[in-house]
Design a binder for this molecule. Structure first.
Ligand code: ZN
Length: 186
C-alpha cells in the first residue's frame, strides 16, 4: 500500500531489505491489465522499470485469463490509498500464508487508484512501480538521505508515501538498493 499522508522521516542507518512473507516461485510472473481508465503505457513502463536493470526475474505482460497478477487502473473513491497490492478480489490484505514461501498462480491483484493519480502520468507510473515492487515480494523501505539540492533524497521506490514524488530528489524509479533486493530474492 502506498499511503497518501507523509510519515515522519527518519534518516536511519542502512539495514537489510525487508521482504514480504511470500514471493513468486517462478522467475517470469505474469500480469494482465484487466481494467484501465488511463492508457496502459504507465503500467507497462512501471513493470519495465523492474525488468530492465536485472535479469533474475521478469514481469511478463499477458492477455491470458491465466496470470499471476491482475492489474486494475481504476477509481476507488472510498479508499485513501493511491495504489495497493492485495489478494485477488479483496483489497484489505496481501496473502502472507503461502506454500513454500511462494504465492500461488493468480494470487495477487494490483490496483492503481485514479482518484489520486489520473492527473499525473509520472505519479501514476511511480505508484504502479511501487506496487509492482510489492507484487515481487518487497516490503516498504523508508531509507532516506539528504538531497544534495536540498530536502530529502528518497533512496527506495518502496518509500511508503507519496512524499517521494516531490522535491529535488523525487523518486519514480527503483533505486540500486531496490534492484539488489530483487536480485537477492530471486
Ligand atoms: Zn506500499
Amino acid at each position: 500500500m502506498l499511503a497518501l499522508v507523509a510519515s515522519v522521516m527518519l534518516a536511519g542507518s542502512a539495514s537489510a531489505y525487508e521482504y514480504l512473507s511470500c514471493h513468486w516461485g517462478t522467475t517470469s510472473p505474469t500480469y494482465r491489465i484487466v481494467l484501465n481508465n488511463s492508457p496502459t503505457t504507465d503500467i507497462v513502463a512501471a513493470a519495465g522499470r523492474w525488468n530492465e536493470p536485472q535479469n533474475d526475474v521478469t514481469l511478463v505482460k499477458t492477455t491470458s485469463s491465466t496470470h499471476d497478477i491482475s492489474v486494475y487502473d481504476t477509481q476507488m473513491v472510498n479508499y485513501g490509498w493511491t495504489g495497493i497490492v492485495s489478494a485477488r478480489g479483496d483489497v484489505t490484505y496481501i496473502p502472507s500464508n503461502c506454500s513454500g514461501g511462494h504465492w500461488a498462480r493468480g494470487a495477487l491483484q494490483l490496483v492503481v487508484n485514479t482518484k489520486y493519480s489520473s492527473t499525473s502520468s509520472s505519479r501514476r507510473a511511480g505508484t504502479a512501480t511501487h506496487e509492482f515492487g510489492h507484487a515481487l515480494g518487497l516490503d516498504h523501505n523508508s531509507t532516506v538521505s539528504v538531497c544534495p539540492g536540498g530536502g530529502t533524497d528518497y533512496l527506495s521506490i518502496m518509500y511508503p508515501s507519496t512524499a517521494k514524488y516531490s522535491g529535488n530528489c523525487a523518486r519514480f524509479h527503483p533505486s540500486g538498493i531496490d534492484i539488489n533486493a530483487i536480485k537477492a530474492r530471486y
